[in-house]
Design a protein around this ligand. Sequence first.
Ligand code: AHR
Length: 508
Amino acid sequence: MKKAKVFSDKHYPIGKIDDKIYASFTEHLGRCIYSGLYEPGHPAADENGIRQDVVGLIKELNVPVIRYPGGNFVSCYDWHDGIGPKENRPRRMDYAWSSIETNEFGIDEFCRWAEEAGIEPMIAVNLGTGSIKDAGDLVEYCNHPGGTYWSDLRAKNGHPKPYNVKYWCLGNEMEGNWQAGHLSAEDYAKKALEAAKIMKWVDPSIKLVACGSSYDMLPTYMEWDRVMLPELYNQVDYLSTHHYVMNAGQGLANFLASYKELDNHIKNSVRVIEYVKAKNKFTKDIKICLDEWNVWNFQDIKMDSMSDLSGMTTFELTSAEKWEVAPGILEEKYSLLDSLVLGGMGITLLNNVDTVEIACLAQLINVIAPITTVRGGGVFKQTTYYSFHMLSKYGRGTSMKAAVESETYSSSFGELNLVEPAVVYNEEADEVRVFVLNCSQDEDTALEVELQGYGDRKLKKHLVLAGDDLEARNTIDQPDEVGMKELPVSDGAEVVLPKLSWNVLIYG
Ligand code: AHR
């Protein structure tokens, strides 16, 4: 058996955990909205076509914010198409995913649902093919109380009360040439600045997110931020970045170490913010909005390198037919291993709460998602549902610094401790919650947790994701192949973490 020790002292917090790190994302992509969230006529759908079986699972995940409507989709989207009587809404070609967008579901349907579900919408505006005026009009439509063209139209469309959408993304992944209307950093800065000005003139209380670098294989990685951020710094509150990790033949240890890859990625965005702040003598701080993160194994995408994306829509690389309505694309089937890796990435989020204020698991339903529906049928939880659920349930309060004493393992990111922890102190429940990824591959690990300054503590609960078959997956027919298990706890100083496991230890 391996041995490891985790130390945490109540005097050393990293920072308060913002609930918004458990946000998520729904895009008009594949079956995320259509036959995911929204399926009129489904036995579980309400009078507005919202599937209540899906809503039940979203509520269980306690997701506070949902980003909408894209993603790559937003750069081709005209929000006007999705308002007013449904029979008048146009069917459009969505270039991003080569699908047909029926526009049956639009901004009103989304905001109304979010309001009912107690979820804050985070809306991305189209800064690719859209205009800065469209962006301002959308803020007016959503947030202005009334007495103007767009706010009165909202009232006419059945919602007199403004939606008061607080979080707004200035486009999506504008650094990439797969984006419709992709811009250079200089041009993005100009357009985003003008959009930001108008949007804030309409509603000064909104919070804005600038599109930062996401993909380190692009030659503009970080250079993009260095160029555009000084122009936008005083207008925005967040810098967006996206990070997906992939099991792509790098070996088990390296894939497990994705938590470190995410940590490096976040720290790069922090460095560029710090550089821009220092260089320009700005005084305020900008936080990171990791508005897309997940494990994404590209099970439905054939791509050898980023250059395959040049000039193509992202969709052209998937297996589906072109110009279908809500094709079943990007429906990843997650394994136990993927859920461990997602849990590891969650540990990284907790250890970076001093800089990351919003993080959106991308996505929520059917597309790269923890929740999978069957059209006209049931719904089940993917393996990744469980690690995200436990993070959201127990990872609230204050994130604490943690030190580790253990053997190490070699990875592409250097020598790493066999166990990767995050420690959370939940003031309300007066509990210390320790999340640990055990990367030991062939032996269990006896872990000692030394808690200083928290008073007398006893291990009350040990929840674990583990199993002999790392390739085990849940399906609609076998929905419980992988799930969280509770292990018995003893009074001993050590707790045994199964090899290759993701654990939540609760000390009361
Ligand atoms: O989440 C799927 C896609 O990934 C989004 O549309 C895009 O922003 C990212 O490249």
